[in-house]
Design a protein around this ligand. Sequence first.
Ligand SMILES: [Zn+2]
Length: 349
Amino acid sequence: MSSPIKIALLLIWASTPLIAGKETQIISNYSPFYADGEYHFQNVIIIRSFEQNKDYYFISVDPRTLQTEIIPQKSIRITPETWTDLLKKYASTPYIKALQRVKENPSPLQDAGFIHGFPEEKGATLTIDLCPSKKPLDRIIFKELIQELSKKERPVPVAISITGKFLQKHQSDILWLKTLIKSGDISITWINHTYNHHYNKKASLANNFLLIPGTNISKEILDTEKALLNQGILFSDFFRFPGLISSPRLISQVTDFGLIPIGTDAWLAKGDKIKQGSIVLIHGNGNEPLGIKAFTKLLQEEAPNVTQGNWLLYDLQETIKRSVDDTGIIDTTRADRYIFPTQFDFRNP
Ligand SMILES: [Zn+2]
């Protein structure tokens, strides 16, 4: 479940400038940087470095918990390593196991990565995608989640796949989400969903989304991370492919940035049914009322089970961490997933 420490760290990062009394400057020299580090007597993997307010920082991943953290460079001892060496050194940890599990499962065009939680889950893991949109955030879904689940789960854990463009254009919605984190109503795992989320309605899926020729995957990933950090938001080590479309080469590129792809086995607007342990997908960008309606209905139906403690939402980090010790979470056989929900428009002007 969501750890109180994680929430506290997110709040500190979200609410205070790095240097008290000075205005927080935007991040510069943001770059992938791979190293082995020792911090608070624990080994961590460094994946990024950056500069802000004339100080230098690393972003680390705890390979046992998958938790990301921002660490001042002066507070940690590091040994620069190649990514390949780090993969070898930490091969037995949940983080590296998760990355390798995705890489080693030859993927279809669509829905690469983890699509289901560990078998004993009583409930599901909710992911809400915020692809670029001119419409506002569907706040109703968060209100319903808090209303239906907060007696049993507080904060309610949700994962949000965020695009740089949504972040840029929906400041009031982002501030509203931050107030829900601050009040302890929800905890958010921020998934990188790329900056632009390009989509060409006329192109085939094999030439669409990140497979559009000329796409700069590095820029799509790093610009989103930078945009989040500049808003005081620390991202997780998860990634969702736009349109759920990928290729083995893209999967390799994304995992080499230290990010774990997350698919879904329950895209509600497509009519998928939620099973125990599903990783559920709905769109919260005003684009998919069908999915929102289906999830709201489900919450109401499950209300008696929620009260009895037989249905709950899981933290994505916990789900993936426990999944790598179990089996059957990557499904590469689902040809039906090539079909998008009717009337779904990814561009949503
Ligand atoms: Zn999307």
